[in-house]
Design a protein around this ligand. Structure first.
Ligand code: SAM
Length: 312
């Protein structure tokens, strides 16, 4: 069981913001600062063998550089100028997998502080429309600053409850891609996990409270996902959480598949080493042990061609 502080041992992932710079320019900049570039990683073990001043290109995701656990770029010029985004590798999966083309209409349903929004905008080359919602005004205002810094221009931010956004509105008639990363327990964030109480009564109380919290979160996540599937022209919906709990992951997916037979799961990223729990192996999981990331879950729903539903 991973305890508090183990997050400090994970490699540091740096996503190059292609709206502002290129991977080659960032590599050159880092080399001039005394870092040594090791080329492309060949295996996951290359990511945890990095010395303090070494860095490497990730083996799964493009535009992602990997540094040792000891580096911190929060005060770095490239971060402050929006040229790089400090984002865990697993959290880069949803936008990368959704991969909306330039010119498309996309919704980021629960968007703040906007790391995945800026990633979507980069994939879209700032072309098209990116509707981003969050019901928390303060988080949305932080997001607005961060998107400005990242050079994002195709966004339309709204301080709105996604569940109240009308799928039939003419504004969203061309939305084909939705990214849904709703509030979750955060149990995958290794720095937030604690070891629990030593006393059996306290432990039992804490477990009961946690179970009811998970049930409430799971119900909310299901409502959000079903809502996302109501948009009339949506083709692909990516669902993600930074939770390790089945209740928030495979169980949400199973319930939504049952309620929405027009959609099926897409088999994601075959070379990714950690899969959703059986039978949902089309989905991805991530963890500090197998993928050297925080705990994470990603599923992708795709609208089936008319008449093909009986085949699944
Ligand atoms: N996708 C974000 C990113 O990568 O930076 C992180 C999103 S965070 C996990 C979940 C967000 O959902 C929070 O900012 C929260 O305020 C927002 N949220 C929760 N319920 C919502 C709702 N009903 N409608 C819109 N936003 C909601």
């Amino acid at each position: 069981n991973v305890k508090k502080g183990d997050g400090d041992q994970l490699p540091r992932y740096v996503r190059v913001n292609t709206l502002k710079t290129t991977v080659d320019d960032v590599i050159d900049y880092m080399k001039r600062e005394g870092f040594s570039y090791q080329g492309h990683a060949n295996g996951i073990q290359d990511l945890c063998r990095l010395s303090d001043k070494a860095f490497i290109s990730d083996l799964h995701l493009p535009n992602l550089l990997v540094f040792s656990a000891k580096t911190d770029f929060h005060d770095h010029f490239l971060y402050k100028a929006g040229h790089v985004i400090l984002q865990d590798k697993a959290s880069c999966l949803p936008a990368f997998l959704l991969n909306p083309p330039a010119g498309s209409h996309v919704i980021d349903a629960c968007a703040a502080p906007g790391n995945k929004t800026s990633h979507l905008a980069a994939l879209m080359s700032n072309k098209g429309k990116l509707f981003a919602f969050d019901h928390d005004a303060k988080r949305l205002s932080t997001m607005s600053t961060l998107l400005l810094r990242a050079g994002v221009t195709c966004q339309q931010l709204a301080n709105q409850d996604f569940l109240k956004v009308d799928p039939q509105s003419a504004e969203y008639k061309d939305v084909k891609y939705i990214l849904l990363d709703p509030s979750c327990s955060g149990s995958g964030m290794v720095c937030l996990r604690d070891g629990g109480s030593e006393l059996p009564e306290e432990q039992a109380q804490a477990e009961a409270k946690e179970a009811s919290r998970l049930q409430a979160l799971s119900a909310f996540q299901q409502r959000c996902l079903t809502h996302a599937l109501q948009f009339p022209r949506v083709q692909r919906v990516v669902y993600s959480t930074c939770s390790i709990h089945t209740e928030e992951n495979e169980q949400v997916v199973a319930a939504c598949l049952q309620q929405n037979p027009a959609f099926r799961l897409v088999k994601l990223f075959p070379q990714w080493p950690e899969r959703g729990l059986s039978p949902h192996t089309q989905c991805l999981r991530a963890s500090n042990t197998k993928t050297l990331t925080h705990g994470f879950f990603v599923a992708m729903f795709e609208r089936q061609a008319p008449g093909s539903q009986a085949m699944n």
